[in-house]
Design a protein around this ligand. Structure first.
Ligand SMILES: Nc1nc2c(ncn2[C@@H]2O[C@H](COP(=O)(O)OP(=O)(O)O)[C@@H](O)[C@H]2O)c(=O)[nH]1
Ligand SMILES: [Ca+2]
Length: 443
C-alpha cells in the first residue's frame, strides 16, 4: 500500500509548528501547532486534502534545512521547511519541527559513539519529516556551543568525528564543515538574526532592530545593533562584527562570555569551576538551602554541593557570593542601559519557574522583577524546596549578571520570548539562513 503523502511519522514527541514568513514583505501568519505522540501519526490535514495537493509533502517548491544545536545541556534538532511560491519570489519560512534530548554531547566526552547515537535518533525524525525525493537536497549541519568549547580539543574532536559519520551514513546533503564548534560571536549574531527576522525587523524601510540576550548553560551572549558612535568607538575591536544577511550589512556589537552560562556560573559561585579532581570535595554556598547535601553532574564531572549548615543563607550573602563571579568581568556599553532587549533560554525558563511569566505567552519584565523574585526565593528558601535547589542561586546570578555584569538599569525592559509565530527563538534559524545562502540554495 502506498502511503498517503500527508502521512508523516515521528519517533519522539516532536513538535511541528508552522508559520509563513515572507522575507521582505509584511508578515502574514497562518500557523498551527501539532504534537506527535506516537509514530506514524497522520497529519491533521490528511482527510482534508486529496493526495496530490497535500500541503506539505506534495509541493514541488518546498525545501528543507536541518540544523542541530549541540548545546551544553542538550542536543536539539530544528527541521525548517521553506516554500518558494514562484521563481521570482523569495522563499518563505513555512514551519519548524523541533525536538531535543538531554544531556548534551559534552556529557559523552568519554563515550563519543554513544553521544553520536543521540544525534542519530534525532536525525531519524528528519527521515520521517522530509520527503525521500528531497533527502539528497536537504543539508544537515551540527554546530556545537559552549559545552564542547570547554572540553579538551581531543575529546571534542572525537565527538564531532562520530557525529560526522552519522551524517555521512544518512541520506542527506552533508556540506563541507557540516559538524563544528561554532564561534561564540556567531552564536550571538545568528540569534539576533533569528529574532529580528521573526519580528519583521529585517524587512522594509524602517528597521527598529532589537538586541538579544541568550543565557545558556555554559556561556551567555549579548548582541545589538549600535546606534551611537560612542559604542563603536569605545567597544573592544573583537566585540564588533560586520555580518551580511538578506542583502544588508549589519555591524553588530556581540560577545559570548564563556563560563558565564547559568550552570557554569553555579560552579563558579561554588568555587568549583575549572577545578581538577573535584571528586569527593564538598562545595558550600549561602545560595543553597541550609540542610542540603547533594550531587550534581555537569560536563561529565560529578560535583558534591550543599548549603551553609552553620553560616548565613539568603539573598544578601548570596548576592555577595555571586557578585564575585560577575563584577568587573564584562564589558558595559553605555548605550544598552536605557534600551530594551529580547531575552530567552534560561532567562525565560527561570522566569517561568517563578511565575513571573506564562510558559506559553512569555511576557515583558523589568530587570528589578528578577531581583524581587530572587529576594523572595532566597529569603524563604525552604518554601521553594520543591523546585530546583539552585533556584535562589540562579535568580541571584541572573540579577547580578544583568545589573553588575552588563550594567542594565533596574527598569530596563526585557521581552521574554520562547517562540515568535511558532518558531523557536534560537540561533539555529539564523544559521540555517546562512547555510542556505552559502550553498546558493536561497537568499
Ligand atoms: N527558546 C529556545 N530556547 C532554547 C532552545 N534550545 C535551548 N534553549 C534553552 O537554552 C538553555 C540551555 O542552554 P544550552 O544551549 O544547553 O547551553 P549553551 O551551550 O551554553 O548555549 C535552556 O534554557 C534551554 O531552554 C531553543 O531552541 N529555543
Ligand atoms: Ca545555547
Amino acid at each position: 500500500m502506498t502511503a498517503h503523502p500527508c502521512l508523516t511519522s515521528s519517533s519522539g514527541s516532536g513538535r511541528m509548528a508552522s508559520s509563513r514568513l515572507p522575507i521582505l514583505l509584511a508578515l502574514v501568519f497562518s500557523s498551527f501547532s501539532f504534537v506527535h505522540s506516537h509514530s506514524n501519526r497522520v497529519m491533521w490535514f490528511q482527510d482534508l486534502f486529496p493526495p496530490n495537493v497535500c500541503p506539505i509533502n506534495a509541493k514541488a517548491n518546498t525545501f528543507y534545512g536541518i540544523m542541530f544545536d549541540a548545546g551544553s545541556t542538550g542536543t536539539r534538532i530544528h527541521i525548517y521547511t521553506f516554500v518558494q511560491k514562484s521563481p521570482e519570489s523569495l522563499p518563505e519560512l513555512e514551519g519548524e519541527i523541533f525536538e531535543s534530548v538531554k544531556p548534551g554531547l559534552s556529557a559523552y566526552a568519554d563515550q563519543p559513539e554513544k553521544g553520536a547515537e543521540t544525534v542519530k535518533k534525532l536525525l531519524d525524525m528528519a527521515i520521517d519529516a522530509v520527503p525521500p525525493h528531497l533527502w539528497k537536497k536537504t543539508p544537515v549541519v551540527l554546530k556545537a556551543t559552549a559545552g564542547l568549547r570547554l572540553l579538551s580539543e581531543e575529546k571534542a574532536q572525537a565527538l564531532l568525528l562520530e557525529v560526522k559519520e552519522v551524517f555521512e551514513e544518512s541520506p542527506f546533503l552533508v556540506p563541507e564543515d557540516s559538524v563544528s564548534i561554532m564561534d561564540g560571536s556567531y552564536e550571538g549574531i545568528l540569534a539576533w538574526i533569528t529574532v529580528n527576522f521573526l519580528t519583521g525587523q529585517l524587512s522594509g524601510q524602517n528597521q527598529h532592530t532589537v538586541g538579544t540576550l541568550d543565557l545558556g548553560g555554559a556561556s551567555t551572549q549579548i548582541t545589538f545593533l549600535p546606534r551611537f558612535e560612542e559604542t563603536l568607538k569605545e567597544s573592544p575591536g573583537d566585540f564588533l562584527t560586520s555580518f551580511e544577511m538578506f542583502n544588508s550589512t549589519y555591524k553588530l556589537y556581540t560577545h559570548s562570555y564563556l563560563g558565564f552560562g547559568l550552570k557554569a556560573a553555579r560552579l563558579a559561585t561554588l568555587g568549583a569551576l575549572n577545578m581538577e579532581a573535584v571528586d569527593g570535595q564538598m562545595f558550600r554556598s549561602s545560595c543553597l538551602p541550609k540542610q542540603l547535601e547533594a550531587e550534581w553532574h555537569f560536563g561529565g564531572v560529578k560535583y558534591r554541593y550543599g548549603g551553609n549548615k552553620e553560616g548565613e543563607t539568603g539573598f544578601k550573602p548570596c548576592y555577595l557570593e555571586v557578585l564575585k563571579v560577575v563584577k568587573g568581568k564584562l564589558h558595559q556599553p553605555d548605550e544598552i542601559r536605557g534600551s530594551s532587549f529580547y531575552a530567552f533560554s534560561y532567562y525565560y525558563d527561570r522566569a517561568v519557574d517563578t511565575n513571573l511569566i506564562d510558559y506559553e505567552q512569555g511576557g515583558v519584565l523589568e530587570v528589578r522583577d528578577f531581583e524581587r523574585k530572587a529576594k523572595e526565593v532566597c529569603d524563604n528558601m525552604e518554601r521553594y524546596n520543591s523546585a530546583s535547589p539552585f533556584l535562589c542561586m540562579d535568580l541571584t546570578y541572573i540579577t547580578a549578571l544583568l545589573k553588575e555584569g552588563f550594567g542594565f538599569r533596574d527598569n530596563t525592559l526585557l521581552q521574554l520570548t520562547k517562540k515568535v509565530n511558532n518558531i523557536e527563538t534560537s540561533w539555529t534559524l539564523g544559521a540555517t539562513f546562512h547555510l542556505l545562502q552559502s550553498l546558493g540554495i536561497t537568499y
